[in-house]
Design a binder for this molecule. Structure first.
Ligand code: F3S
Length: 426
C-alpha cells in the first residue's frame, strides 16, 4: 500500500504507540481489502462505549486503555490511548442510568457503560449516543470522506448527504479516530458509487410506511448493490429517508442508493448510472407492496399488543411532534407500554417544547441512547410488539423471541391506546 510520509511517521511511532497501532491496523485492513492507499477523514462515527462481556473482562484485567487497544485497535500491547486526532463521535450504545427505572436493562451494564463513556469523553469522543448522528450536530459535507459505522447512518450519509463512507467496524473507526485516515476503497471511489439496478415504483410512494415497504423490497432485489429509485415517488421527508435507508440495509446490504433529484450526485437517472447503460427497470407493484407488508407482519398472530416501539432509526423532532399530537389527551392501555427512541439532544428540545410532557401524560416513554434491538431489552413480559419501523419488525422477533406487527405510526399509537392491533394496509 502507498503510504504518505505522514502515514509512515505515524506507523513508526512519531505520535506514540496507540497511533502506531492504529496505523498498523489500517494498513493491514487496507491491504486485505486491496486498497492502494488511505484517504483523510475528519469525521468518524464509531463505538467504544457499548458494554459487552468481552470488554468488561478486558477492562477488569487491564483497564480501559487495554479495552480500547484490544477491541478498537486489535492490539494486545499495554498502550495509553491519547485524544482522537479528528472529530469522532459515539453512535448508539446501551441504555443509560435515566432509563433504569423504566426499562429492565441490567444496571451493571449501565455502570460499565458510564465508565467507558468517561474514558471516551476524556479522549475527545463526542457522546452523541444515537444511530442518527446527522440529526444532532454531526453533519458532513457533500463529497467528504468519512468513516462511519451503523448501516442506517452510512446509507443516509452516502445517499442523502453525499458524503463518502463504507460501512466501517469497531476497529477501523477506532483507528480512524486516532489517525484521521481510512482505506481508500469501495464507496470512497466515485466509480464504485454509480447505480447498479433501476427500481421503478408503479404505486405511489408518499408515506412513511410506503418508503419503508419500498426500501424493504428494493433491498431484497439488489442485495449488496446500488439501487436507483424512480417511479411514483413523492418528495420524501428526512424521516422518510431514514426509514428508506434503514429498510434497504435490512433486507440487503445497501450502502448507497440514488434518488434522482434528492441524492446530491444524482440529479437525474442518467447521472445516477454514470457511464453505465441504464438497465431495464424492476417494477414495484401493488402486489409487491402487499407482499412486503405481509412479510413484515408474518410474525404477528396475537392481536393483544404489550409493547409499541417507535423511533427506529431514532426519531426526528417532526416525528416526535406527530406522535405527541396523536397522543394528546389520550391514555395508553393499562397493559401496553410505548417506548419512543430519539437522540438525547433532541430529547432536550422535546422536553422544552412540550412533546415529552404530552407523551408522558399519556403514559408513553421517551428514551435515548439505545433501542430494544441494540440493548436486547423490551418491557418485562412482552410477547407481542408493534412498530412502524421495517428494521425493528424484521429483527426484533428473532432477537427477543416476540411477535411483531408492522404498520403506520398512527396504527401503532392506536395499538398503544387500545392494546389491540387493528392495522391494515390501505
Ligand atoms: Fe437505531 Fe436501533 Fe434502529 S440503533 S437504526 S433504533 S435498530
Amino acid at each position: 500500500m502507498l503510504l504518505t510520509d505522514d502515514d509512515r511517521a505515524m506507523r513508526d511511532g512519531r505520535d506514540g504507540d496507540a497511533v502506531a497501532a492504529a496505523m498498523d491496523l489500517l494498513v493491514r485492513y487496507g491491504e486485505g481489502l486491496g486498497a492502494e492507499r488511505l484517504c483523510s477523514v475528519r469525521n468518524v462515527a464509531g463505538t467504544s462505549t457499548q458494554p459487552t462481556p468481552a470488554k468488561e473482562k478486558i477492562a477488569a484485567e487491564g483497564g480501559w486503555n487495554k479495552a480500547y487497544a484490544v477491541i478498537n485497535l486489535d492490539c494486545d500491547d499495554e498502550i495509553e490511548i491519547p485524544k482522537m486526532r479528528v472529530p469522532t463521535c459515539q453512535l448508539q450504545h446501551g441504555f443509560s442510568a435515566d432509563a433504569l427505572n423504566i426499562t429492565p436493562y441490567n444496571p451493571h451494564l449501565v455502570e460499565l457503560q458510564a465508565e467507558a463513556e468517561a474514558f471516551a469523553s476524556d479522549r475527545g469522543i463526542n457522546i452523541l449516543a444515537t444511530c442518527t448522528p446527522y440529526q444532532v450536530g454531526n453533519l458532513p459535507v457533500r463529497g467528504e470522506h468519512i468513516a462511519w459505522m451503523e448501516s442506517s447512518a452510512v446509507v443516509y450519509a452516502n445517499s442523502v448527504i453525499g458524503a463518502k463512507s463504507n460501512c466501517e467496524g469497531t476497529a477501523s473507526t477506532g483507528a480512524a479516530g486516532l489517525t484521521g485516515r481510512i482505506p481508500y476503497w469501495g464507496n470512497h471511489l466515485d466509480e464504485n458509487r454509480h447505480g447498479s439496478h433501476l427500481i421503478r415504483a408503479d404505486v405511489p410512494i408518499d408515506s412513511f410506511l410506503d418508503w419503508g415497504l419500498f426500501g424493504y423490497f428494493a433491498g431484497q432485489v439488489v442485495q449488496e448493490e446500488r439501487p436507483v429509485l424512480t417511479g411514483e415517488l413523492a418528495l420524501p421527508s428526512q424521516a422518510d429517508l431514514k426509514h428508506l435507508g434503514a429498510a434497504l440495509a435490512t433486507t440487503g446490504g445497501v450502502e448507497i442508493f440514488h434518488l434522482p433529484g434528492v441524492t446530491p450526485e444524482a440529479p437525474s437517472v442518467e447521472a445516477a448510472f454514470g457511464p453505465h447503460r441504464i438497465p431495464d427497470p424492476v417494477a414495484f407493484t401493488a402486489s409487491d407492496r402487499r407482499r412486503m407488508y405481509e412479510l413484515l407482519n408474518n410474525q404477528g398472530n396475537t392481536e393483544d399488543v404489550d409493547f409499541v416501539l417507535l423511533g427506529c432509526p431514532h426519531a426526528s423532532l417532526d416525528q416526535l411532534g406527530e406522535i405527541a399530537a396523536l397522543l394528546d389527551g389520550r391514555s395508553l392501555h393499562p397493559g401496553t407500554e410505548l417506548w419512543i427512541m430519539t437522540p438525547r439532544a433532541l430529547r432536550a428540545v422535546a422536553d422544552r417544547n412540550g412533546y415529552t410532557e404530552v407523551i408522558q401524560r399519556a403514559g408513553g416513554r421517551l428514551l435515548t441512547d439505545s433501542c430494544p434491538a441494540m440493548s436486547r431489552t423490551a418491557p418485562a413480559g412482552t410477547r407481542v410488539f408493534a412498530t412502524d419501523s421495517a428494521k425493528q419488525a424484521h429483527y426484533l422477533p428473532a432477537i427477543l423471541g416476540i411477535e411483531a406487527w408492522f404498520g403506520t405510526t398512527a396504527d401503532c399509537v392506536q395499538a398503544a391506546i387500545t392494546g389491540t392491533w387493528t392495522g391494515e394496509l390501505s
